[in-house]
Ligand binder design. Structure first.
Ligand code: OAD
Length: 253
């Protein structure tokens, strides 16, 4: 049935403006801001989220391919998956959400973007302090010599090899692996120190990323969730804006 959604869009716009006004008031005079982002912040750029529509690749879930075991068993298949994601990403640009965060960051003494995304879009949009908890899809790491380098070749011959002959893997964190320790510690410090944390576009099901929101809350931060389908952590939020990041974040400027 055809439906005119003009009225719904109008209502959504009013909600966004009203809730964004509360957040803006909080931001006035604040010095330390942390932002925790997930796949949803890149959704409006055309990057499929993991647990939403289009999140499956050849019927595999990320949890089945993004593991050291899967790579050991079939490195070519895992690389095929990453090559597919890299090809999609190579055509994609940051969206208004990434740009709004980059602009917002200029106003504060400390503004840390902590992201679970490996797409590099925050940096491309101009954000300066970006902590990539799960690595970066445009880097590779050699299983033999341990060398890490940037690699933007698309499509890539799978599985790619290092100059030393060793097998290369994407320099991302897989399920069952530890997060880069130094990056996580920096993120934890930013979470504990912030007065306001924006939690944007994450389902909140993956740890330890989500523990950062809890750490911020325990240290008295004001928590804001921006997500059209608010996630697991909504109950600890002070404000929940149930809307897309690309529409909402520019309202904070
Ligand atoms: P998910 O796919 O689990 O969640 C994406 C979230 O974004 C959902 O809650 C959506 O409702 C929300 N969303 C969708 N469109 C949005 C929009 N326009 N604006 C704001 N939010 C929107 O992705 P993550 O939470 O990032 O890990 O997943 C966490 C980790 O699990 C990923 O880093 C990845 C994954 O498997 C690894 O690969 C190690």
């Amino acid at each position: 049935m055809l439906r005119d959604t003009g009225e719904e869009r109008l209502k959504e716009g009013v909600v966004i403006k009203k809730e964004a006004a509360k957040v803006k008031e909080r931001l006035e005079g604040a010095r330390n801001i942390a932002v925790l982002t997930g796949a949803g912040v890149s959704a409006e750029s055309g990057v499929p989220t993991f647990r939403g529509e289009g999140g499956l690749w050849k019927n595999f879930r990320a949890e089945e391919l993004a593991t050291p075991e899967a790579f050991k068993k079939d490195p070519a298949l895992v690389w095929e998956f990453y090559d597919f994601r890299r090809q999609t990403l190579s055509r994609i640009r940051p969206n208004p959400a990434h740009y709004a965060l980059a602009r917002l960051s200029e106003r504060f003494e400390n503004f840390t973007v902590i992201t679970q995304n490996v797409d590099g879009l925050h940096t491309l949009a101009g954000s300066k302090t970006v902590l990539e908890l799960h690595g970066n899809i445009w880097r590779v790491r050699c299983l033999e010599c341990g060398g890490v380098s940037e690699n933007r070749v698309v499509p890539i011959n799978t599985p790619p090899r290092c100059n030393c002959g060793g097998l290369l893997r994407p320099d991302v964190v897989w399920f069952g692996e530890a997060l880069p320790e130094e990056t996580f510690q920096k993120a934890l410090r930013a979470a504990e120190k912030c007065e306001i944390m924006l939690v944007v576009g994450t389902s909140g099901v993956v740890q330890p990323a989500m523990s950062l929101a809890v750490a911020a809350k325990s240290n008295g931060a004001f928590l804001v969730e921006i997500n059209p389908d608010p996630g697991l952590l909504s109950h600890i939020m002070d404000v929940v804006i149930p809307a897309g990041a690309g529409k909402t974040l520019p309202e904070l400027l």
